[in-house]
Design a protein around this ligand. Structure first.
Ligand code: CA
Length: 227
């Protein structure tokens, strides 16, 4: 699951990001409303966590704009304002749920899960397809040419991240930051090791490899070798 967090207080933003990454979510951060809105409109997220008071353009505006163009993405509003009229304004702007700061991280996670569940009830779950590879983000299973592939939790997170970014060349640093988060030790070749694990499970024995190395840049998941 890919979550966008729009929050201008770096401490709070980093705390949310770190916590959600520990729960195996992929997290993108925006420290202001304009960037947040841009990211939300140009990328696919499964959830947006949106702070109400932001510099430049406030959370209500951002929420309205996202809603106009992306009717389906769940939005969780976050704010220090606990008054009923502020909650109502947030919900009327199109937010699906509301959490008042300060909050316990467990409560945030519970809301995130509830919104994700609600979304899956209306959308049939997310299945990524690349050639004959099928990755079910809801059931967290993968198969190639109809054959089930057994993956560890980390291997699955890496594969899911490659699927979300299909055809896009990803640097090792970006993969590390997105899949391993702050737990990543930069002195290791962990990414290459895990890419090799995935290759041995997904591409081994196939005439059409899907995980490609782009020398000097990183890795890409794609159907054909075109560059
Ligand atoms: Ca704020």
């Amino acid at each position: 699951m890919k979550i966008l967090v729009i929050e201008d207080e770096p401490k709070v933003a980093d705390f949310i990001k770190k916590g959600l990454e520990e729960q195996s979510y992929h997290v993108a951060l925006a420290y202001d409303g304009l960037l947040g809105e841009k990211l939300a409109l140009h990328n696919e997220y499964d959830l947006v966590i949106l702070d109400l008071i932001l510099p430049g353009i406030n959370g209500l505006e951002v929420c309205r704009h996202i809603r106009q163009h992306r009717a389906d993405v769940p939005i969780l509003m976050l704010t220090a304002l606990g008054a009923t009229k502020d909650k109502v304004a947030g919900l009327e702007a199109g937010a699906d749920d509301y959490l008042v700061k300060p909050f316990h991280f467990e409560e945030l996670v519970a809301r995130v899960k509830a919104l994700a569940r609600r979304r899956l009830l209306i959308s049939p779950g997310i299945i990524y397809r690349v050639a004959d590879l099928e990755v079910d983000a809801y059931r967290r299973t993968a198969q190639r040419a109809g054959k089930e592939i057994v993956l560890t939790a980390k291997e699955f997170s890496l594969l899911e991240f490659l699927c979300i970014n299909k055809n896009r060349v990803l640097s090792r640093a970006y993969i590390a930051e997105s899949v391993w988060g702050s737990n990543y030790d930069k002195g290791t070749n962990l990414i290459d090791v895990y890419i090799n694990y995935l290759r041995s499970k997904i591409d081994k024995g196939s005439d059409t490899p899907l995980i490609h190395t782009v020398i000097g840049m990183g890795y890409v998941l794609k159907e054909k070798e075109t560059c």
